[in-house]
Design a protein around this ligand. Structure first.
Ligand SMILES: N[C@@H](CCC(=O)N[C@@H](CS)C(=O)NCC(=O)O)C(=O)O
Length: 272
């Protein structure tokens, strides 16, 4: 096991995502500098796909930053967008930008009602400040050495998803109702990686149907949302094969990369 993600990282997208990558190799003025494995990339990537915006997909390894990436983004993070020869970065900024810069491309993912737009931003912030950090905390727990800590991290993480689910509109299935919106694509990449915990942390313990106790209605709504997310083509088709994500997560699970994880969390950077 290498001590740097670079060592274990599969070079390119596989499975469904490989087909989309293949279809976006042609030179286009709009370029997405991407890492196939990155959940922050998946936010921007799904918005491009949803809205059928023409773009060129460029795979880079952000742990072994090529000059082409650093020239655009001194932070050297993916996703980075090149638009009209100018750089843009930060996944949530990119998503809103795409919505505004391509107004004729549908579906519109930001709600037209200002209150609902504000709610989108509140729950985007919740994802950044609550869901992602507790995803990282759970990832770094060592089940063997600290059972109690693991349980607490697991409870905390589930609690964040319950809180998110409790805010979802009526019957759904999406966060704001029948149609998907930006908030779904901002949060979905972490929901689509929950299987990682089944693999390394003795299961996440998401309540199964009828097993949610007094929160059953909330968990039922969450399961419905998750199913809709899993079936949405833009999300399904930007995922690679599970086996290639595993070595990346293994590094956090087996303690080789915990200081890196702590540093990334402190700096507002992500880990896959
Ligand atoms: N806040 C950034 C986070 C992006 C991010 O951290 N991406 C990771 C890959 S998943 C990266 O590029 N890491 C390289 C590094 O930390 O140097 C965003 O939302 O776009």
């Amino acid at each position: 096991m290498g001590s740097h993600p670079d060592a274990d990282l599969h070079a390119s997208a596989t499975g469904p995502a490989a087909k989309i990558v293949e279809a976006h190799q042609k030179e286009e003025p709009l370029k997405l500098y991407s890492g196939w494995f990155c959940p922050f990339v998946q936010r921007a990537w799904t918005v491009l796909e949803e809205k059928s915006i023409p773009y060129q997909y460029i795979e880079v390894n952000p742990y072994n930053k090529p000059k082409s990436l650093l020239d655009l983004n001194p932070r050297g993070l993916v996703p980075t967008l090149q638009y009209d020869n100018k750089p843009l970065y930060e996944s949530t900024v990119i998503c809103e930008f795409l919505e505004e810069a391509f107004p004729t491309h549908t579906p519109h993912l930001l709600p037209s009602d200002p209150y609902d737009r504000a709610r989108t931003r509140i729950w985007t912030d919740f994802c950044t400040t609550r869901i992602i950090p507790s995803f990282h905390r759970l990832l770094q727990f060592q089940p063997m050495s600290d059972k109690e800590g693991l349980e607490e991290a697991r409870r905390e993480f589930l609690g964040k998803w319950r809180e998110f689910a409790a805010e979802m509109e009526g019957e759904g299935p999406f966060f704001m109702g029948k149609e998907p919106g930006l908030i779904d694509f901002v949060v979905a990449p972490w929901a689509l990686r929950l299987w990682v915990f089944d693999h390394y942390k003795e299961g996440l313990g998401l309540p199964a149907e009828g097993k949610g106790g007094e929160d059953e209605a909330t968990w039922a709504r969450f399961r419905k949302w998750l199913k809709a997310i899993e079936e949405r083509p833009s999300l399904k088709n930007t995922m690679s094969e599970k086996e290639h994500y595993l070595p990346i997560y293994q590094r956090y699970a087996d303690n080789t990369a915990q200081s890196e994880l702590a540093k990334a969390t402190r700096k507002g950077r992500g880990v896959p």
